[in-house]
Write a protein that binds this ligand. Sequence first.
Ligand code: MG
Length: 446
Amino acid sequence: MKRRDWIKNLGLGAAAVALGVISRNDAIAAEATAKAARGSAPLKITKVRAYLTRPAGVNLVVVKVETNEPGLYGLGCATYTQRATLVVNAVNDYLDPFSRGRDADNIADLWQNAYTSSYWRNGPVLNNALCGLDQALWDIKGKRAGMPVYQLLGGKCRFAVDCYSHASGRDLKEVEDSVKSKMEQGYRHVRIQMGGYGSEHLSQAPDFAGAGFGLPVDRLMDSLPYLKATIKMFEHVRNTCGDEVELLHDVHERIEPRDAIRLLKDLERFRPYFIEDPLSPEANDYFRQMRAATTVPIAMGELFNSPHEWVPLIKDRLIDFIRVHITQTGGFGVTRKIATLAEFFNVRSAWHGPGDVSPVGHAANLHLDLAIPNFGIQEMIDFNDATQEIFPGCPTMKKGYAYVNEAPGWGVDFNEEAAKKFPIEKADTPSYWNPVRRRDGTAVRP
Ligand code: MG
């Protein structure tokens, strides 16, 4: 294969031009050669496959869509880490045969039909599978256009993506040190947590464990110590780290609606940037009371899977930030629509971006962040060396800002051989969201 064809097939033509590896004329000629080989026939999907890997101790699911243009493929994130193998089955057993032979260009049409192909819909497993397909088609679209995906959405609304990082500790001093470390790295927004998502380090041993109720891995959520410690944490960080840094906090549901409303009121004097997921999705109707009680900005939506969850909160202006996990909405295209809806109601974005999003998914987050006017803030993590080997073209960080690789599509590739070195955990120890209980053993909903 000629060098320019090889580069074209990797979808790296524009980047190669930018790097001076090939000339712009060579890239145009390679594209013309591929088009001539295909003739006027539509670009068809020939194969859809899901892959698993775990380079940083978290199951990741990546979907690869191949086409009838040799070497032209797209990548999508379908990471639902707690049910990873089910997503693989949904992709390989159902979306692959459904998609073969269909036009790769008609993303919206394919999405609409794949969405209803299961008749029942809006569940997490199928939404993730669908997102893997959808994102891969956007990647292909960008590669064919020779542009990063954000250009297909109208171009940049900002030069880079402002991010927040996680600071945590078992006590006040550890949290303070962690915040200062993040500030030294250039972050202007820091999420602060003490004792994990609740009170494991803030309480005595749980009574249910002493009673032999549940299993030793089950965790405690003791509301009162958590509520008191969270207020102290904000006070301490404000006193020791100053008023300039923006502070965020994730309640991670778990507490009663009345306690959540009181917590936000108590935190108001510390000017949080936002408080995340103060209620479980089942308690959405309490947001109206929360809104009336406090001016603290509210971020919500990490657990959402359905339009029936995000539409009411946005249209009634009950939240300030929508923070869905893009793959759980069913697609990049869905989340783009959420962003557009939210724009008209002054709700900003804060897409879920922790370790259980693959670098392909992080790139999708960032391309959307770059292109929407109502971007708020982006949750971001560091990628370890193994992750960067598996996913060449990972987004990069500088002074708290994230940058995408400017190659066409998402700008992220997938090294299947490198991925095999990090298989997911054995089936007898899957990644559960371990049970969380009150002191007496009652199950608590995250
Ligand atoms: Mg969260």
